[in-house]
Design a binder for this molecule. Structure first.
Ligand code: IMP
Length: 175
């Protein structure tokens, strides 16, 4: 069984950064006349989505989606949509809230999906970014932290569905 190697980002640091991202979103969308919809990607973004959206002051709609490209710690390079949103997105400002951009395959797929559905704007907000692992050309508009090539768990992120409920982000040893 895997074990926690070290805490990479503690609870206070996460909370402070999430507040900063929400402040930027408040500023960027304060004059928008369109409806703002946050789309959280299950399950990894669950805590980030809850904390971020509660710090945003603009009255927004919340939607959840489930996508999967991962088995164990290796990406399959394919995105499966396991649960779709229920509302039409035409003419709306969409912010996709994701836990981590790794290869970038998931976010690129989801951004394309919302654009093809006629969203007025699509922005990407990711708590974590692993730029060294990128396979497709994509960059989040709002990024919490850039990290190295470690496999991380906690604050929503899992290894084989375990460890999501840690309140901090940790590196695990899966050897
Ligand atoms: P991408 O499509 O390769 O960018 O992968 C995105 C998804 O892979 C994320 O939403 C996570 O669910 C998962 N993932 C990537 N890196 C990690 C990690 O270090 N820990 C846990 N999940 C990860």
């Amino acid at each position: 069984m895997e074990r926690i190697e070290k805490i990479l980002i503690d609870e206070r640091t996460i909370a402070k950064r999430v507040k900063e991202l929400a402040d930027r979103i408040n500023e960027d969308y304060k004059d928008s006349k369109s409806e703002l919809v946050f789309v959280g990607i299950l399950k990894g973004a669950v805590y980030f989505f809850a904390d971020l959206t509660r710090a945003v002051k603009i009255p927004a709609k919340l939607e959840l989606m489930a996508a999967s490209s991962y088995e164990g710690s290796e990406t399959s390079g394919e995105v499966r949509l396991l649960h779709d949103i229920t509302e039409p997105v035409g003419g709306k400002d969409i912010i996709i809230v994701e836990d981590i951009v790794d290869t970038g395959v998931t976010l690129k797929y989801l951004a394309g999906l919302f654009k093809s559905r006629g969203a007025k704007s699509v922005r990407l907000c990711a708590l974590l970014d692993k730029p060294s692992r990128r396979k497709v050309d994509i960059k989040a508009d709002y990024t919490g932290f850039e990290i190295g090539d470690d496999f991380v768990v906690g604050y929503g992120l899992d290894y084989n569905q375990r460890w999501r409920n840690l309140p901090y982000i940790a590196v695990i040893d899966i050897t």
